[in-house]
Design a protein around this ligand. Structure first.
Ligand code: GDD
Ligand code: MG
Length: 370
């Protein structure tokens, strides 16, 4: 079975986390997001993967190579300028000669692809769109169906007045190759605004496969934190991380935890983390490899990327801290800020809510308070 993953978006809503790496390489539980997706696809019999690249393609290609190390064959297609979701698939047409999956490259889900394929074949559908319930349909593509599951309307990012159902496009499709003839070559073209509405007009059988499985679009910092929380608290976490080192704590090799430090799970620590005296981590939380926490500092419900250095008496709660950032003594970063890679928060700063410190920037000591 073949699958195309759309990994060309700029990930603007996830900035500053996507300033130095593309969204698919953002770590989820200390592994690039795309590695989780590859494993999931393999679990459903996908053996040939096509990655439609545009933004920072080298970072993805360098990591995955020809895919052999990940148990899958990977072919890359490059877009000089973005071709849109459907244009990106058209670009791979020569490889697609049988029913294939298309996935957005930013959704974490356990939706049953094998059952979706059976559904698609049974209905003799030409295209099947996986749909999932959400609280706010206005930021997704709304998919209206009749009682047989046939799609009769597709509205991308509708206003609240136009919302008629909470079932939205989950960013996962099964397509028959002949549909690609409706996509213009080398042209910016979207499934959401172009192909799906066009197919409906032509009367092509288009079905919606409803999934009640776990599903999240990781495209904003809030959602990025949420997926960590959901996974760390889920029953399936041992399937992803293996058996914990201790109750609900997963320790990487070579971690040094002071005898007075306190770690209450679920917590994942990458290799070589150092927790100083009276430091405290309260899960769900993840520290990347080589993070250092100073005396009496606390991290709660946060995700820290590799090499973050935290001084003494620091308080970090519900935020994301990028690679190799440093946080000075007595700083507070709580309830939503995002600190970019290699940024430096001077001592005594108090940051909260949607504060963003861009990669490499320095905030002088005691400059911000609330
Ligand atoms: N190769 C390539 N080229 N990929 C692209 C391009 C492009 O020009 N534009 C977007 N993508 C990729 C993004 O990288 C992402 O993985 C995926 O296509 C979807 O783009 P987003 O920008 O994340 O779209 P969205 O989240 O606003 O909406 C889409 O996803 C929702 C589900 O999360 C739509 O498909 C909605 O209908 C859907 O509900
Ligand atoms: Mg998205």
């Amino acid at each position: 079975m073949k699958a195309v993953i759309l990994v060309g978006g700029e990930g603007t809503r996830l900035r500053p986390l996507t300033c130095n790496i593309p969204k698919p390489m953002v770590p989820i539980l200390n592994r690039p997001f795309l590695e989780h997706v590859v494993e999931y696809l393999r679990g459903h019999g996908v053996r040939e993967l096509f990655l439609a690249l545009c933004y920072m393609p080298d970072k993805i290609q360098k990591h995955f190579g020809d895919g052999r190390g990940f148990g899958i064959s990977i072919t890359y297609a490059m877009e000089e300028s973005p071709l849109g979701t459907a244009g990106a698939v058209k670009n791979l047409e020569e490889h697609l000669n049988d029913t294939f999956f298309v996935l957005n490259g930013d959704t974490f889900t356990d939706l049953d692809l094998s059952a979706m394929l059976a559904f698609h074949k049974q209905r003799k559908a030409r295209a099947t769109i996986a749909v999932t319930p959400v609280e706010n349909p206005t930021v997704y593509g709304v998919v209206e169906t009749n009682s047989q599951g046939e799609v009769h309307r597709f509205v991308e990012k509708p206003s609240w007045e136009a919302v008629t159902t909470n079932m939205v496009n989950a960013g996962c499709y099964l397509l028959e190759p002949e549909l690609l003839q409706h996509i213009p070559p080398r042209t910016y073209f979207m499934f959401e605004y172009g192909l799906f509405p066009a197919l409906l007009k032509l009367g092509t059988p288009l079905y919606a496969y409803p999934s009640r499985g776990y599903w999240i679009d990781i495209g904003t910092p809030q959602k990025y934190l949420q997926v960590h929380k959901d996974l760390l608290l889920s029953k399936a976490i041992a399937k992803i991380l293996g058996e914990p080192t201790h109750k609900t704590v997963w320790l990487g090799e070579g971690c040094q935890i002071h005898s007075t430090a306190e770690v209450s799970g679920p917590v994942l620590l990458g290799e070589g983390c150092v927790l100083g005296p009276r430091s405290r981590i309260k899960g769900p939380a993840v520290l990347g490899p080589g993070c250092i926490m100073g005396e009496s500092s606390s991290v709660e419900e946060a995700v820290l990327w590799r090499g973050v250095r935290i001084g003494k008496g620091v308080n970090i709660r519900k935020c994301v801290v990028g690679e190799n950032a440093s946080i000075g003594d007595s700083a507070w970063i709580i309830e939503g800020p995002v600190i970019g890679d290699n940024a430096s928060v001077g001592s005594g700063n108090k940051l909260k809510n949607d504060f963003i410190l861009w990669p490499g920037k320095t905030l002088k000591p005691d400059s911000i308070s609330f």
